[in-house]
Design a protein around this ligand. Structure first.
Ligand SMILES: Nc1ncnc2c1ncn2[C@@H]1O[C@H](COP(=O)(O)OP(=O)(O)OP(=O)(O)O)[C@@H](O)[C@H]1O
Ligand SMILES: [Mg+2]
Length: 338
């Protein structure tokens, strides 16, 4: 029982995109030529060049980079891999500091006999096309300075947004969109594994909407499955759903001081249904007037406070989780009738 609870607290168990994320290169679908090319490189790990993965959203770029790191570095790959998201980090300064720090730890461990089997550390720089060209130019120096100890895997949606000097330092792999049959087959396997009945036409309907974005396809499948078997109607609802109807449930759970449950439902809304953080608060503000609450104005001012914090760039998941905790306190204070 305790084990089950632990399991359900884990985001990778709630989200199918994480649960079904391939663990090794052989599990990656559709990108056959790329996988073949990467496996060739793996034959001589010491000669692996910097890599640049480009292509549309949700087709396996980040997953492939992680699988590759795992295959090059073995069980301890996490220790020797630095995953940076260029659009999250505040500018090149941060990237430079973290890369420098990482590369210097590497030098120390390179001197250690035991560590010598690992050829280098890996830096995965996701969403590199979000960096300004000045930042990319600065990055070019960093690549050169750390090239003895570090290999970069750049990931981007638009190759044209990457400056030429970085492109020319990398071997470029172009990922292609996942075709209908592959998407449907993948979704079918998930349904079988989750023991959910499905109408094949409904799975094709998901493809029509997502156009080869496997992440989005899996998320829609999961959203459609929350009420049992998958059929076209449920898929249509899942596509049209804003997650709005579920926001009242999250608020209710929080007011009843069921913090863990409300947090999990919140994460599901954000990451499976794709509700944005500000929309969450906006709809919450509408929903509180439909709930049986003595004094909605108190909640309304809490919402305003958190809305302000988000607008100022505070970390959204932390803020919304704290918001739920606040509602819990309020629920206890007002001894809300159930
Ligand atoms: N080629 C693939 N093979 C197997 N699963 C995939 C593939 N592409 C995507 N997926 C699934 O979709 C999820 C998202 O994939 P991933 O993060 O690799 O996409 P991405 O190409 O990096 O997208 P983005 O450009 O939005 O970052 C994975 O967790 C996995 O479940
Ligand atoms: Mg990615």
């Amino acid at each position: 029982m305790q084990k089950k609870q632990q399991k359900e607290n884990n985001i990778s168990d709630i989200m199918w995109v994480e649960k079904y994320r391939p663990k090794n290169l052989d599990q990656i679908i559709n990108q056959k030529e790329i996988i073949k090319g990467l496996k060739n490189l793996l034959n001589k790990p010491n000669e692996i060049p910097h890599l640049l993965f480009t292509g549309a959203a949700g087709i396996g770029k980040t997953t492939t980079a992680i699988c590759l790191a795992r295959e090059i570095l073995g069980d301890n790959w996490k220790r020797d891999t630095l995953e940076l998201n260029a659009s999250d980090e505040r500018g090149i300064k941060m990237v430079r500091e973290r890369v420098k720090e990482f590369a210097s730890i590497m030098k120390i461990s390179m001197n250690n006999q035991m560590e010598n089997e690992r050829p280098f550390k890996i830096i995965i720089l996701d969403e590199a096309d979000e960096m300004t060209s000045e930042a990319q130019t600065a990055l070019r120096r960093i690549i050169e300075d750390s090239s003895k100890t570090t290999r970069f895997i750049f990931i981007c949606n638009y190759l044209s947004h990457i400056i030429e000097p970085i492109q020319s330092r990398c071997v470029v792999f172009r990922f292609s969109k996942v075709p209908a049959e592959e998407v449907v087959k993948y979704l079918m396997n998930i349904c079988k594994n989750e023991e959910i009945k499905f109408d094949e036409k409904a799975l094709y309907k998901i493809y029509e909407h997502t156009n080869g974005d496997l992440r989005n396809s899996i998320n829609i499948l999961q959203a459609a499955s929350t009420s049992g078997d998958i059929n076209i109607l449920k898929v249509q609802n899942a596509i049209g759903i804003s997650g709005k109807s579920k926001i009242a449930d999250v608020i209710k759970l929080a007011l009843d001081s069921k913090f863990n449950e409300s947090r999990l439902r919140l994460l599901e809304l954000l990451y499976v249904y794709g509700v944005s953080e500000t929309d969450f608060l906006k709809y919450a503000n509408e929903e509180i007037y439909n709930l049986d609450i003595k004094d909605p104005s108190e909640i309304s001012s809490i919402i305003a406070e958190y809305d302000y914090r988000l607008a100022n760039g505070a970390h959204s998941e932390i803020q919304l989780t704290a918001f739920l905790a606040q509602l819990g306190k309020l629920g206890i204070k007002n001894n809300r009738p159930r």
